[in-house]
Design a binder for this molecule. Structure first.
Ligand SMILES: Cc1cc2nc3c(=O)[nH]c(=O)nc-3n(C[C@H](O)[C@H](O)[C@H](O)COP(=O)(O)OP(=O)(O)OC[C@H]3O[C@@H](n4cnc5c(N)ncnc54)[C@H](O)[C@@H]3O)c2cc1C
Length: 463
């Protein structure tokens, strides 16, 4: 690696005021929303305004062997966008234009820095939407959603990012621009490199454009079914029964008693019954009413106390309880927000495992789940002292409990991360799930894209 001062001089000469060295900007680029920060401070934040800016930055980075960390909005929960000592943080947040919307072809071409919610507000004017709906949609970028392979509440019915991207424009580490994928519904020409880039967390290249697969806005209203259960296992069994019944809710969210109690306290609602867990389910489209009634039947037979609402505002009020989970956890202390996924029928067993981990490790793990797709977010609560940058490192006893929980998810046929990615926080478990041979193969694939190893080094793959 070259002298940082030389690298900075090259960047400034090529990119002028797009190179930001303000100490506050450098400090902010060290961290995402995971609570983890990179050691040291990056040498610059490059605020790219064009594809050419990204190419120029990467050419300089390759020539000087300087690591580059791509960044969208920095809302990631795995530490993937954290830039540290000697690294360039390459922000594409300012590249936020919608270049094309083609209602007849159900596609849009966008720059990577546009926020998910801003894109959807613009698409709504055409009667269209891009389905991936992370709870962070108002604050996260489409490029970040692609790089993490994000999911959300509606994904069980409408798919995750992987189902909603036709192609990406990718700048390689040496500055070359690739146009991956296609604009057609079908397309099997060559290897599917678009899929490879989705979820690659900035290790293969920088996404500078995306061709997105759109849907028409769903006609008809929505119905919301709220059901409470005596305990979380019964609620999890009920959600598995809904899936097994063949019903396809648009949203099916599960909250355990600890998360429900925390949100009720935050929103100043009456305290829920002790130990009670809740399922909140939404159906949509022309068959919404009939589907909601069928689901209510399944839930009642599974032991739930069920209420059905056809009122949109009431539905939003019920979902707001689920959406308030993050602020509720913040009000309880510091959290490690986890993200395992299991086959949907294994949800009850996974909740048993979480209860076991709580008992055996003496920790508290309020948990919510996208029960429609088997993706759980166990939140490990702990006390900690923030460092100068306001970051609290996760203590070892919490990692030990998390390790136990990850291994339980893998035993149940699950996976380490459903939607947040590996980043730095989970890289030490990657080989446990992939096995040594696949880990090595994946590592070598990153080297084909990035022979000098300058793209997000240390992320996903432990050094
Ligand atoms: C309150 C809250 C709720 C959340 N809810 C959800 C949820 O429901 N579902 C979900 O999936 N996630 C959720 N997240 C996590 C986060 O919002 C997502 O991972 C999101 O996709 C990250 O987007 P970003 O623009 O903030 O990316 P960043 O945090 O900036 O980056 C994330 C990763 O992508 C890489 N990257 C970013 N942009 C590019 C690019 N253009 N090219 C190459 N690599 C790039 C970075 O290097 C990093 O590895 C939540 C986060 C918060 C704070």
């Amino acid at each position: 690696m070259s002298d940082p001062a030389e690298v900075l001089a090259l960047l400034c000469a090529a990119l002028g005021d797009r190179v930001d060295t303000d100490p506050a900007s450098l400090a902010a680029a060290r961290a995402d929303k995971s609570g983890h920060a990179a050691p040291g401070t990056p040498l610059a934040v490059v605020r790219a305004a064009s594809v050419a800016d990204v190419q120029e930055t990467l050419r300089i980075a390759t020539a000087t062997r300087t690591p580059v960390v791509a960044r969208g909005a920095g809302t990631g929960l795995a530490g993937g966008a954290n830039a540290g000592a000697g690294e360039i943080a390459l922000s594409v947040r300012a590249m936020e234009r919608i270049l094309e919307v083609r209602p007849a072809d159900l596609l849009a071409v966008v720059e990577p820095g546009i926020l998910n919610a801003d894109l959807n507000a613009a698409l709504a004017e055409h009667g269209l939407w891009w389905a991936p709906d992370p709870a962070s949609r108002a604050i996260s970028t489409v490029g970040g959603n692609i790089a993490t392979g994000a999911g959300g509440l509606l994904c069980a019915k409408y798919g995750v990012v992987r189902d909603a991207v036709l192609g990406v424009d990718l700048v390689l580490a040496d500055g070359r621009l690739l146009h991956l994928g296609h604009r057609t519904v079908k397309g099997v020409t060559g290897l599917d490199l678009t899929s490879l880039v989705i979820g690659s967390e900035g290790t293969l290249g920088v996404v500078v454009g995306a061709t997105l697969k759109l849907r028409r806005l769903i006609p008809g209203g929505v119905c919301t079914v709220a059901a409470t259960f005596a305990d979380v296992r019964t609620a999890a069994e009920a959600s598995a029964a809904v899936t097994a019944s063949g019903a396809q809710p648009a949203i099916m969210e599960l909250m355990d008693s600890a998360s429900l109690a925390a949100v009720h306290a935050l929103l100043h609602l009456d305290a829920p019954t002790a130990g009670a867990a809740q399922l909140t389910i939404q159906t949509d489209g022309p068959a919404a009413v009939a589907e909601a009634e069928a689901i209510a039947d399944v839930l009642a037979r599974a032991g739930g106390t069920v209420a059905v609402s056809h009122d949109l505002a009431e539905g939003e009020r019920l979902l707001a309880i689920r959406r308030s989970m993050h602020p509720a956890m913040e009000s309880l202390g510091t959290t490690l927000i986890e993200d395992v996924s299991v086959p949907r029928s294994a949800l009850p067993a996974m909740f048993d495992e979480i209860a076991r981990v709580e008992r055996e490790h003496g920790v508290v793990i309020p948990t919510v789940a996208h029960a429609g797709d088997g993706n759980l977010h166990p939140n490990f609560l702990f006390e900690g002292v923030p460092d100068a940058a306001g970051i609290v490192e996760v203590p070892e006893h919490i990692w030990a409990a998390a390790d136990d929980l990850f291994r339980a998810a893998l035993r149940l046929g699950g996976t380490l991360t459903g939607e947040h990615g590996i980043g730095v926080l989970k890289r030490r478990w990657l080989a446990d799930e992939l096995g040594e041979d696949q880990w090595e193969l994946q590592r070598r694939i990153t080297r084909v894209f990035d022979p000098a190893g300058i793209l997000n080094p240390g992320k996903v793959f432990a050094p």
